[in-house]
Write a protein that binds this ligand. Structure first.
Ligand code: UT7
Length: 345
């Protein structure tokens, strides 16, 4: 789709060049910690095997942040790369949104710590929490500020240090997650390509399926809460699995329908990287060809809010996505939450 054939959507929730403004992703950047933890390493920690992890999830290895490397550090490194690629200096950033379930601390916001680390002293800053769906939620929030003419340049980051909340004695969860960050610079670019639509959804009646129960107002930190393991991530894997496929499929369908697109028109589908079997099932239900789907979970595992942001950066860097291509992001996470976005790159 080129500018000359730019779609004028009937659905008001699909936007393109709305009142002369377009929310464009000017650049993306990502950062993963150096330390690699392989399935073979995990065999030494818990009763598991490379074969089980690979066949049940598709994960081969994941990255683990250093003890003194925090979510704000990963986020700042991804943001610095994104700013360099967009050719902008930190003073141009109006707003920083960090999506994370592993903030440096309950408050202040990790976004404020990132603001200081990258020197974006003009920017407002806040965190959002939509678990693994956080990056799409943050993209949509950033877009709202741009389309409403409030801001011109928004830095959106998905960043996680999940190794800090994983129970390394629980084989059901510790093999699945990894650390990393991805960032995008959103800018108003009149008559340019951009975010066409973003679907967001939630179902709080299934909040118990996946979460970290301790440390909030319900179970404040105490000796008892620590002994009960409430400060570790907990997940009902099989139930989460079933809900993930359904919610991702529905979100992707809605996003495509809003833009009057068929899945065959999408150049690259970037799904949340939680489980290869979930990705394959969603792609199959959508009627997508395997070569349309981008997968990198073998290298990083599930990095929650950072997942699609890191994958988007790798897809662009590797040439899988070029200017003008249509891209579909689709995510799912705790809450439950889900989302999908269509981008004309
Ligand atoms: O990012 C947010 C969303 N998260 C997700 O989307 C994750 C969704 N869930 C999943 O990806 C999958 O449910 C898992 C990968 C977590 C588990 O796969 P599964 O095929 O649903 O396996 P299961 O939970 O049914 O477990 C099968 C067996 C169990 O043994 P029994 O009870 O049948 O004897 C588990 O104890 O596999 C066992 N098991 C393991 N065995 C070796 C669970 N974890 C492991 C392990 N190594 N690491």
């Amino acid at each position: 789709m080129s500018e000359s054939t730019a779609v004028k959507f009937k659905n008001p929730r699909a936007r393109y060049n709305f009142l002369g403004r377009t929310c464009s992703i000017a650049s993306v950047g990502s950062y993963v910690p150096k330390k690699v933890l392989t399935n073979a390493d995990l065999e030494k920690l818990v009763d598991t095997s490379d074969e089980w992890i690979l066949t049940r999830t598709g994960i081969r290895e994941r990255r683990i942040a250093a003890k003194d490397e925090f979510t704000s550090d990963l986020a700042a490194k991804a943001a610095t790369k994104a700013m360099a690629k967009a050719g902008i200096t930190p003073d141009k950033i109006d707003l920083i949104i960090v999506a994370t379930v592993t903030p440096d601390m309950p408050f202040p916001a990790t976004a404020c710590l990132v603001q200081q680390k990258i020197g974006a002293s003009r920017a407002a800053a806040f965190d959002i929490e939509a678990a693994c769906s956080g990056f799409i939620y943050a993209l949509e929030i950033g877009q709202q500020f741009i389309m409403s003419r409030t801001y011109d340049t928004v830095l959106v980051i998905g960043a996680e240090k999940l190794s800090s909340i994983v129970n390394w004695r629980d084989r059901n969860t510790c093999v699945l997650f990894g650390d990393g960050a991805g960032a995008a610079i959103l800018q108003n670019r009149p008559n340019s390509h951009g975010l066409l639509t973003a679907v967001m959804g939630a179902d709080g009646s299934k909040a118990d399926l996946l979460g970290l129960p301790g440390g909030g107002s319900r179970h404040p930190a105490s000796i008892e809460s620590v002994k009960a393991g409430l400060h570790y991530l907990q997940m009902d894997g099989p139930e989460t699995y079933k809900n993930a496929i359904e919610a991702m499929y529905n979100a992707a369908r809605e996003a495509l329908a809003r833009c009057e697109l068929d899945v065959s028109q999408i150049k690259c589908i970037i799904p949340h990287q939680a489980n290869r079997r979930i990705i394959d099932a969603v792609a199959k239900r959508l009627g997508a060809r395997p070569d349309q789907v981008f997968v990198n979970l073998d290298k990083y595992g599930n990095t929650s809010a950072a997942s699609v942001a890191i994958a988007l950066d790798e897809a662009v860097e590797s040439g899988r996505i070029k200017r003008g291509d249509l891209v579909l992001l689709v995510v799912f996470g705790a809450g439950l939450t889900w989302g999908a976005a269509v981008i004309e790159w």
